[in-house]
Design a binder for this molecule. Structure first.
Ligand SMILES: NC(=O)C1=CN([C@@H]2O[C@H](COP(=O)(O)OP(=O)(O)OC[C@H]3O[C@@H](n4cnc5c(N)ncnc54)[C@H](OP(=O)(O)O)[C@@H]3O)[C@@H](O)[C@H]2O)C=CC1
Ligand SMILES: N[C@@H](CC=O)C(=O)O
Length: 437
């Protein structure tokens, strides 16, 4: 810490990354310097901003002399109080965060990919260094969801966390549904608006949502879930025809993250894949790059968190909230309670253990299948990704794609479907191999 008894206190801040989020954080740190100083009780002095490339046309809200392409040297200065990591990805972000902690700074990051891959190492390093590592921006942009799970609900028993946690894919699916825009065009727009990751494959193939699911499941169930533990499918296989067919059946397609724990508090499951949702379900009305997360816990019951899930300004709000909080802790010379690696719980229905099934039905009326969609959606162990028609005329069949981790859940779904009055017969149940719907 850099303060002296008779001088106004100053905390030194370094920013790593000046992209969609970093540039907005820098702008707000500069514009709101006086107000932030009042709220914190110390001024935040931006002492360096690391970027990947020298760009002569870069617009900055601060003295451009603060720019550097040597992030490693910046985090090793030894006099930093707070480092804000907004580069993204695994390396060099991981080495920079570890070096910042080792050299005495608290860290604020929005890097879900890194936390979901190697959170244990980072949290252990923060605990060893007696510094904060805060990451509200890592899940669902502006929505406060990390702190509620980490603090407010920590005395309760969370059973399920479920929702839309990727703004880019929600933006794309929404545009394809409501305006008939093509996938590529909608993705380009999401990139232009600063929603997408540097490599948008992370968004559209579900890696970003899977990283967020791993973080949410770790916090909700007091265990350590990594991205490898999360069953993942993206939206690249969702076709315009499937969206139209979902629409015909009164549904929309959403990419959901679903994390749950068995009733005995043992097994944990986390998965990300497209799900058909009836239009009257609250998640169906989450539009554009908005996110929504439902939390179900034993005593609190159902909670819903909703708001902008991506973009420079909304994410900067979450980052600055963390900056104020860790800065206050620096002044008090305390840290938030450490996030230790908890005992690993049994993980259920993860990775290859969660399987997709293709259930073909001979039906009299497509609408009857809607009931099963609603039923399956309410079931903790099964969800329906798509219902589509295959074949034409007398040969036409309805095909339901479900995801399930257990044979019992699959049998239950098949039974539910065959019990529907409009279903003449369940003609086949096949396991689906490989990626895609
Ligand atoms: N965008 C969003 O809506 C959200 C993003 N996040 C997370 O926030 C983080 C930042 O995202 P975003 O701002 O969108 O990313 P961008 O790709 O827009 O910005 C990344 C920044 O990092 C800089 N950078 C790249 N490599 C290095 C390096 N080796 N050393 C120093 N700087 C480097 C880039 O430099 P240069 O400018 O030279 O290219 C750029 O300024 C990511 O972890 C992301 O997942 C979290 C929530 C929402
Ligand atoms: N690319 C991410 C950004 C926020 O986390 C998204 O689209 O949600």
């Amino acid at each position: 810490m850099t303060s002296h008894p008779h001088e106004p206190r100053t905390l030194r801040v370094a920013l790593l990354g000046h992209g969609a989020v970093g540039s907005e954080v820098a702008r707000l740190l500069t514009r709101d310097a006086d107000e932030l100083a009042q709220r914190i009780g110390a001024r935040l002095e931006l002492v360096g901003v690391a970027v990947g490339s020298d760009r002569p046309d870069r617009q900055t809200a601060f003295d451009p002399a603060l720019l550097t392409t040597d992030a490693a040297a910046l985090v090793r200065r030894g006099d930093l109080d707070v480092v804000i990591e907004l580069i993204g990805g695994i390396e060099p972000a991981r080495s920079l965060v570890l070096a910042a902690l080792e050299h005495g700074a608290s860290v604020v990051t929005g890097n879900k990919a890194l936390l979901a891959e190697d959170g244990s190492t980072l949290f252990a390093a923060a605990e060893d260094a007696e510094r904060d590592l805060s990451y509200e921006a890592a899940v669902a942009g502006a929505i406060p969801i990390i702190r509620p799970l980490r603090e407010s609900l920590t005395g309760d028993h969370v059973r399920r966390v479920l929702g839309i946690v990727n703004g880019t894919t929600n933006f794309i699916l929404d545009a394809m549904t409501t305006t008939g825009q093509g996938f590529d065009e909608a993705l380009a727009e999401a990139q232009r608006l600063g929603f997408a990751e540097a490599d948008p494959t992370a968004d559209v193939e579900g890696f970003d949502a899977a990283a967020k699911a791993a973080i949410l499941a770790s916090l909700a169930f007091h265990t350590r879930v990594t991205i490898e533990d999360v069953h993942r499918e993206g939206i690249t296989t969702v076709t315009a025809d499937e969206i139209a067919s979902a629409d015909d059946m009164g549904c929309v397609v959403k990419l959901l993250a679903i994390c749950d724990q068995s009733m005995d508090g043992g097994a944990v499951s986390a998965r990300v894949h497209p799900v058909m949702i009836p239009k009257d379900h609250p998640l169906a009305s989450v539009r554009g790059a908005y996110n929504a997360v439902f939390v179900e816990s034993e005593s609190a019951g159902q909670l819903m968190f909703y708001g902008p899930g991506a973009g420079g300004a909304p994410t900067a709000s979450a980052v600055l909230g963390d900056v104020v909080s860790v800065a206050r802790n620096r002044l008090l010379e305390v840290t938030a309670p450490p996030e230790r690696t908890h005992a690993r719980r049994r993980l259920l229905g993860i990775g290859d253990a969660r399987t997709r099934y293709h259930i073909a039905l001979d039906v009299d009326d497509k609408a009857g299948v809607l009931a099963s969609v609603a039923l399956a959606f309410a079931d903790n162990e099964v969800s329906i990704s798509a219902v589509r028609q295959e074949g034409h005329g007398d040969d036409a069949q309805l095909v339901v794609i479900t995801h399930t981790a257990t044979d019992a859940a699959l049998s239950r779904t098949v039974q539910q479907l065959s019990d529907l009055p409009m279903v003449r017969e369940v003609s086949s149940v096949m396991r689906v191999e490989g990626e895609g719907l």
